[in-house]
Design a protein around this ligand. Structure first.
Ligand code: UDP
Length: 242
């Protein structure tokens, strides 16, 4: 269905430069298209491997974007190199800047109450042309209430920060209620609000952001074991291909 995608352990990635991707999404916003963006990292690729429902949702998204150096490395090892990494956080910033330039309606859902409040405050202060039509923290009991609010407000861009796979399930369930660009942004509001710091530029350039996060949040160690497991599976598959 989606031709020319690059298959990494069952997840099918689009192979765009960041610039190409931004142009496509900018046109989608101008055309008022209904689009779903997912930004899988190695951990998400592994969880999709064990979860057919999640995998189908990811592979049927309109854009599947490689968030993280692990995906780029994996693609190279499999003999199907990709242009470049496009992070979820940079995509979030691109969409917010587009909303500001084009005077669009924005809706944000996810993260802890203090994080979403601080994120909304930053939008109002730094992006004055955005029409922030609503926002809600990510710890609700009834997702129908959020969906109803989205259907009423008809935003142009909907940012969903519930972590994976929750955010992708939410978008898949409700994307027909509103013609918008929908994206799952994971922990990005924690960074956007200033609650968590992103790694310094030099660490980002060296592709060691994952290491920075591990040092800052040692409880992520369990989750990070996904990376060696992922690389092991990639090695196995690349041997089979040869
Ligand atoms: N979260 C939420 N509701 C939930 C579970 C998680 O709003 O029921 C939020 C959480 O506060 C955090 C984000 O979802 O802001 C997920 O963060 P994580 O670091 O796990 O995401 P990643 O960027 O690693 O995918």
């Amino acid at each position: 269905m989606h031709k020319n995608r690059i298959n990494i352990l069952g997840t099918e990635f689009d192979n765009f430069t960041q610039d190409q991707f931004h142009k496509l999404v900018s046109t989608d916003l101008d055309n008022h298209a209904n689009k779903f963006i997912v930004t899988p990292n190695p951990e998400i690729v592994l969880s999709a491997r064990d979860n057919t429902r999640f995998s189908n949702i990811v592979n049927n998204a309109d854009y599947v974007i490689p968030d993280g150096i692990g995906i780029i490395k994996g693609a190279r090892m499999l003999g199907t190199p990709m242009h470049e990494r496009i992070t979820g956080f940079d995509t979030l910033m691109f969409l917010i800047n587009q909303a500001n330039q084009k005077h669009l309606k924005l809706y944000m859902v996810g993260a802890k109450p203090e994080v979403i409040n601080a994120s909304a405050a930053r939008i109002k202060k730094e992006f004055p042309n955005i029409d922030l039509v609503g926002y809600h923290d990510g710890y609700f009991k009834d997702d129908g209430i959020i969906a109803t609010e989205i259907a009423e407000k008809q935003p142009d861009i909907i940012l969903v920060a519930l972590g994976s796979p929750k955010q992708e399930y939410f978008i898949n369930k409700y994307r027909d209620r509103c013609t918008a660009v929908w994206i799952g942004v994971g922990g990005s509001f924690d960074v956007f609000s200033g609650t968590k710091k992103r790694a310094p530029k030099v660490v980002q350039k060296l592709s060691l952001e994952w290491f920075y996060r591990l040092v800052k949040e040692p409880t992520r160690f369990g989750r990070m074991l996904a990376i060696p497991k992922y690389l092991h599976l990639i090695k196995k598959e690349s041997k089979n291909n040869n």
